[in-house]
Design a protein around this ligand. Structure first.
Ligand SMILES: C[S@@+](CC[C@H](N)C(=O)[O-])C[C@H]1O[C@@H](n2cnc3c(N)ncnc32)[C@H](O)[C@@H]1O
Ligand code: SF4
Length: 271
């Protein structure tokens, strides 16, 4: 069964160089994601397109190797991915992440330059030029967590990211309102949060199933549909391990069809 995924997150590591007192994850763990989980995610599922992949954590700059590995896999295997991002506490300058993201940006730019003229043959040259311009750069984003609970991002580090960026989008999160904080992990304040799996909305388009909601792959290899819990919650309450479960099976068990799509059954997803 062909799949299109809207929103995917990978957890490169559960290690962290800070202990923020609002952190939803709870105590850090000495665990990095293995490349075999990334391979299993792509190889056990027939994924046609991913709109966006975010590398979260833990602190992603502590395991840039898995980010490079994933990006190079996407490029070498010519996978269709719309954009990538990461969110970091900004204490470390990771040249590896910038290089990988620059490479992804170039890969996506080439796709826009090749595909747009083919796709919009009827448009004028001016329109095509504009479409190419609008569709190049900003396919990869680095976000610094600059809320009041993080240690300040050293300006030197931010400058290095800006200096090495080739068309990356570099942004920062702002002040974090109390009501946006989930009371889980290290967070003793904020709004109550009960970790439970969200239903995954999906619909059928042409011959593929489009999954609307977040799929989160943890460093331990579990897939979950809720990205706001502790490491412990995610390991206990999840939709299965990436080596044992496929996304169509997850849709049968945890999916809600939308747009008059019929509910998938085990029989529908037999290959
Ligand atoms: C879990 S961190 C992982 C990435 C990286 N270590 C960082 O802090 O940017 C991702 C984002 O979640 C936010 N966050 C952490 N705990 C939260 C909580 N309890 N409620 C809401 N957002 C939280 C952080 O501020 C950060 O912007
Ligand atoms: S919010 Fe990010 S930087 Fe802070 S402790 Fe959690 S994972 Fe680490």
């Amino acid at each position: 069964m062909k799949l299109s995924l809207n929103d995917v997150a990978f957890e490169p590591t559960r290690r962290c160089n800070l202990v923020c007192h609002h952190c939803m994850r709870g105590p850090g763990q000495n665990m990095d994601m293995s490349p075999k989980f990334i391979d299993a995610f792509f190889e056990r599922n027939d994924i046609e397109y991913i709109n966006h992949i975010c590398f979260s954590g833990g602190e992603p700059t502590l395991n840039p190797e898995i980010i490079t590995y994933t990006i190079e896999k996407i490029i070498n295997e010519k996978k269709a991915v719309g954009s990538v991002s990461t969110v970091t506490n900004g204490q470390i300058f990771s040249k590896e992440i910038v290089d990988a993201f620059n490479h992804f940006n170039q890969y996506r730019n080439r796709q826009s330059i090749d595909e747009i003229p083919k796709k919009y043959q009827a448009c004028s040259e001016d329109t095509i030029r504009k479409l190419i311009k609008d569709n190049t750069d900003n396919h990869a984003r680095i976000t610094f967590s600059k809320d009041q609970y993080h240690k300040e991002v050293p300006s030197k580090i931010e400058e290095l990211y800006l200096r090495e960026s080739q068309g990356l989008k570099i942004t920062s999160t702002p002040y974090l309102e109390q009501e946006k904080i989930y009371k889980t992990g290290n967070a003793t304040f904020g709004r109550d949060f009960d970790y439970q799996l969200d239903q995954l909305r999906y619909y059928e388009e042409k011959d593929s199933y489009v999954v609307f909601d977040l799929l989160y792959l943890t460093a331990s290899g579990y897939i979950t549909t809720e990205g706001m819990g502790t490491y412990q919650d995610m390991d206990q309450i999840n939709t299965g391990h990436v080596s044992n479960v496929t996304i169509p099976e997850i849709l049968v068990d945890y999916g809600t069809p939308i747009f008059k799509t019929k509910k998938l059954t085990r029989d529908d997803i037999k290959r």
